[in-house]
Design a protein around this ligand. Structure first.
Ligand code: HEC
Ligand code: HEC
Length: 483
């Protein structure tokens, strides 16, 4: 079993190289990650104002219908599936831990070692404790919000909302990414402000608008009401419960959420019928003309399709003046730049749109966010850090027109001149990345998105997609970015 999987990975890499050699033109410069385009810093944000067409196409706030959960039973608080039901469903999906804390099937032992901190090796007791905590709403101040409220098993381990709703029905500024495969990221959150899953897990619990606990003491007091916990912490870590171990146990549980068995993987492993011709053509485009590979490469050392870096692809440029916002952020950070403060800025203020800049204060990180994984992306709509993009067709429209022009736009984002057919093909490929355990959900989402896209393509801009002159070329020619 193990060996077969290792063989599959080798074949996968060979096939990847073969596809590249066969059909994909790779004669483009790879993205210069993180760096603004030449001359970018000299131009005030907004001078490169979007073309009239793009301005007219400003992302409308998500229509109520698009933001509503589609597959969740929604019989628990905040529209999530009730917790006991979620646990039951997930229990059937997650495979048991391999013996001796080794890697799950298909993952290289050396890579696994890199993914699991030395002080938090996987064990049954830790995973069991983490699972209980993940689904326990009593961890929140008002007893209505668990991790699984916003990372809901019935909704692709996210909440299918534009931005998330926490205690007191308060909405935050950011879209909830899925916890499926989150273990593979080298940093957590859209801006990477948490280094590990352990560190990440503690922040929502004490964030005022997510789970709302005032401090770790309050969290531990809430937990102490359930006598089971003392025993489970003892079994997991050999000591009395602590807040750090809450983070560790939840992280251990999240490391069981490996969902990399998609039709696409079966195709790469040699089953040529696992995906259809459109998806195959989409894979070639992904690695070539559509340039997705420059930030979302899929390989055995990057199985989820993220380069783990931060890029401004223009999502927040639709509605921000980056320069004045950046100055505001520097003032706020001078007063408090703790992790907790960064967490509040990200979730509760308009500084959210600055992305990575709030963590590094580097100008080149203004409006930059982490390349999100493309795994299981069929079941995690809506998209982007602010949930502003409703379907994968809209995602493609965004990239096709060269993102949203702004002074900090990543050099890897350019008009793609993709035809409608090619867009459909890349979308077909993206839907082939959903793990087979969510096949039904994926099918339902494909149908829903297709229908929505048939009537509504707010970001579609063929003139921009096919334009010959790029904004930075005008600047370079001394035309000051005027159109
Ligand atoms: C109120 C909704 C809400 C709750 C409750 C919540 N999250 Fe999240 N989660 C989010 C949002 C929104 C983000 C993105 C925030 C950001 O990037 O600034 C996020 C991000 C994450 C990420 C990062 C994934 C990535 O791709 O970077 C992980 C992992 C995660 N949450 C796990 C958890 C765990 C574990 C809990 C419980 C302790 C939890 N979340 C509770 C909404 C929520
Ligand atoms: C220059 C780097 C870069 C390139 C090229 C790129 N992406 Fe992205 N991608 C990102 C970043 C960064 C984000 C998150 C942006 C944000 O939220 O503001 C993202 C987000 C996404 C998302 C949303 C995921 C989610 O869960 O919300 C999808 C889907 C996606 N990209 C697919 C693609 C496809 C398909 C292509 C090729 C057409 C592509 N990307 C090209 C960097 C890139």
């Amino acid at each position: 079993m193990h060996q077969a999987r290792a063989g599959a990975v080798r074949r996968r890499v060979r096939l990847l190289l073969a596809t590249l050699a066969l059909g994909a033109p790779v004669a483009y410069p790879l993205a210069v990650s993180g760096a603004p385009p030449a001359g970018g810093t000299a131009t005030p944000a907004g001078a490169d104002a979007a073309s009239p067409a793009a301005t007219a196409n400003q992302a409308a706030p998500l229509a109520g219908g698009a933001a509503r959960p589609v597959s969740g039973e929604g019989d628990g608080p905040h529209g999530a599936m009730a917790m006991p039901k979620q646990e039951q469903v997930l229990g059937k999906l997650v495979t048991p831990l391999p013996p001796n804390g080794g890697p799950p099937a298909g993952i290289d032992p050396a890579y696994w070692k890199f993914l699991v901190p030395a002080d938090n090796a996987q064990s049954e007791a830790r995973v069991a404790l983490g699972r209980k905590l993940y689904f326990d709403a009593s961890l929140s101040r008002d007893g209505t919000v668990a991790c699984a409220t916003c990372h809901d098993v019935s909704r692709g381990l996210t909440d299918r909302r534009g931005t998330s709703e926490g205690i007191g029905d308060k909405l935050g500024q950011r879209n909830a990414p899925t916890t499926l495969n989150a273990l593979f990221f080298s940093s957590q959150f859209w801006d990477g402000r948490a280094a590990t899953l352990e560190e990440q897990a503690k922040l929502p619990i004490t964030n005022p608008i997510e789970m709302g606990q005032p401090d770790d003491k309050a969290v531990m007091a809430a937990i102490a009401k359930d006598g089971e916990y003392a025993k489970m912490f003892q079994a997991a870590y050999g000591r009395a419960p602590t807040f750090d171990d809450v983070g560790r146990a939840i992280a251990s549980f999240e490391r069981t959420l490996v969902f990399l068995d998609a039709p696409f993987d079966r195709f790469l492993a040699g089953d040529l019928k696992a995906i259809d011709d459109d998806a195959k053509a989409g894979w070639v485009l992904y690695n070539g003309k559509a340039r997705c590979v420059s930030c979302h490469q899929i390989s055995s050392s990057s199985p989820i399709g993220s380069d783990n870096r931060f890029h401004n692809i223009g999502v927040s440029a639709r509605k921000q003046n980056f320069e004045s916002l950046a100055n505001k952020a520097l003032e706020a950070l001078a007063k408090d730049s703790s992790k907790e403060a960064q967490d509040r800025f990200a979730l509760q203020t308009d500084l959210s749109e600055l992305g990575r800049f709030v963590v590094t204060k580097n100008r080149s990180d203004i409006g930059a966010f982490k390349s999100q994984q493309v795994r299981n992306v069929g079941i995690t709509a809506p998209y982007m850090h602010d949930g502003s993009i409703a379907t994968l067709w809209d995602v493609m429209d965004h990239y096709n027109k060269g993102g949203e022009p702004n002074a900090f736009l990543d050099g890897g984002i350019e008009p793609l001149a993709l035809t409608e057919k090619e867009i459909d093909q890349v979308v077909a490929f993206l839907f082939s990345l959903t793990d087979v355990r969510f096949a039904e959900d994926n099918k339902a989402e494909l149908a829903r998105q297709k229908q929505l896209a048939a009537t509504r393509r707010p970001l579609r801009d063929e003139a921009a997609a096919n334009r010959k002159t790029l904004p930075f070329e005008r600047r370079a020619a001394g035309q000051n970015g005027q159109r």
